[in-house]
Write a protein that binds this ligand. Structure first.
Ligand code: GDP
Ligand code: ZN
Length: 397
């Protein structure tokens, strides 16, 4: 039993191969089974574990338990979690808000198009701003171009990355469709992407990105299982029997202020494996003593979990030092006072109004309290036509 030790985000222009590469690395399409969340701008993180094996016989890194190169029996050396967010608009908001969850990024650039494409530029901007250090550039769709074209594209990429956070990132050419050079990508991930040093004694903090009722309709009361919470531990660790607090919690009455809920951990899983102790990395599903009615249909997504008494107070008002995004596709005028905005922070989505703008800081009054503390990355979206579109990013001050 081995838990994923890092969360790696997939970035890149639409159609540049994020989903296909995720499949090549993990054998799975990015998980989409969690229920769609209402407002169309909610964070929908898909997680899939990538198993990295090393074959001693042929000295290759492979993603299968049987070596596809030589038929040998490779050894499992690592597990990492690939985090993808289908859909371009949600992706940007996700990346900004979820940087607290991501330990590294695969930045995909297709070899068969001029670099940069619009979202390639946007994503690099965000990478620069959020300070994610572990970056590997993946030059995708290499099977669609000649050697000369690939080299020309490589030079464009190099030029484009100059002076940015990804300037010295390795650039690995691959074809996900033909499984070309995926072994080299796995090797580069294994050698170059090391998990951050984690303080085991740090206070537990977990962001909830899923919540379920796992019982079948009509199940016997005696066989009912407690509510399940899925999410990322970003610091500290968790074991069965631990008492946890979930904040902001649940409103006892419609319209009332939510109150934190306290419960006990009964079991923990990562994908299909049972964990005795859960650490940071991957998507951890926590079985609890909660009434499953409280966790059904992603009801607790956006919550923060800590030990009892250790979760920061939820806030109704957040102050965000922000930067307006330069958008090429839609008009993105400066924010206005009284304008409605959607606020994404960690896995929480909140609706609010800009109540004050001064010196690059937006004060936002939220309809419902959320846990947000100093230094957290925030994405702000505004209504444009029928859709919420990413307008600005920033940090809580
Ligand atoms: P995403 O929008 O970034 O997730 O891109 P997808 O993974 O959905 O890929 C977009 C399209 O490109 C699909 O039709 C894929 O089959 C195709 N594609 C992805 N990777 C490769 C590749 O390595 N080679 C070729 N020829 N096509 C690819
Ligand atoms: Zn082998």
């Amino acid at each position: 039993m081995m838990q994923a030790d890092m969360n790696i985000g997939m970035l890149g222009h639409v159609d540049h191969g994020k989903t296909t590469l995720t499949k090549a690395l993990t054998g799975k399409w990015t998980d989409t089974h969690s229920e769609e969340i209402k407002r169309g701008i909610s964070i929908r993180l898909g997680y899939a574990d990538a198993y990295i094996y090393h074959c001693q016989k042929c000295d290759k890194f492979v993603s299968e338990a049987k070596c596809p190169k030589c038929g040998g029996k490779p050894k499992l050396v690592r597990k990492i979690s690939i985090v993808d967010a289908p859909g371009h608009e949600t992706l940007m908001t996700t990346v900004i808000a979820a940087t607290s969850i991501l330990d590294g990024v695969l930045f995909l650039i297709a070899a068969n198009e001029p670099c940069p494409q619009p979202q390639t530029t946007e994503h690099l901007l965000v990478l620069n701003a959020t300070g994610i250090k572990n970056i590997i550039v993946v030059q995708t769709k290499i099977d669609l171009v000649t050697r000369e074209k690939a080299l020309e594209n490589y030079k464009q990429i190099k030029q484009f990355l100059k002076g940015t956070a990804a300037e010295n990132a390795p650039i690995i050419p691959v074809s996900a469709n033909y499984n070309l050079n995926i072994d080299m990508l796995l090797k580069t991930i294994n050698d170059g992407m090391k998990p951050p040093v984690r303080d085991e004694n740090a206070q537990l903090r977990m962001y909830v990105s899923r919540s379920f009722d796992v019982n079948r309709p009509g199940a016997e009361i005696t066989s009912l299982k407690g509510g399940v919470l899925g999410g990322s531990i970003v610091q500290g660790s968790l074991k069965s029997g631990d008492e946890i607090e979930i904040s902001p919690g649940v409103a006892r009455k419609e319209g009332a202020k939510p109150v934190p809920i306290v419960c006990k951990v009964q079991s923990m899983m990562e994908e299909t494996e049972k964990l005795d102790v859960a650490h940071a990395g991957g998507l951890v599903a926590v079985g609890t003593t909660l009434d499953p009615a409280l966790t059904k249909s992603d009801a607790l997504v956006g919550s923060v979990i800590g030990r009892k008494g250790e979760v920061p107070e939820p806030v109704d008002v957040v102050k965000v030092k922000y930067t307006l995004l330069k958008r090429t596709d839609v008009d993105n005028a400066p924010l206005r006072e009284n304008e409605p905005v959607v606020v994404n922070v960690h896995t929480a989505t909140g609706v609010g109004f800009v109540t004050e703008l001064a010196k690059g800081i937006a004060t936002i009054t939220l309809k419902k309290p959320t846990v947000a503390y100093k230094g957290m990355h925030v994405a702000l979206s505004r209504k444009s036509g029928q859709r919420w579109r990413l307008s600005a990013w920033g940090t809580v001050v």
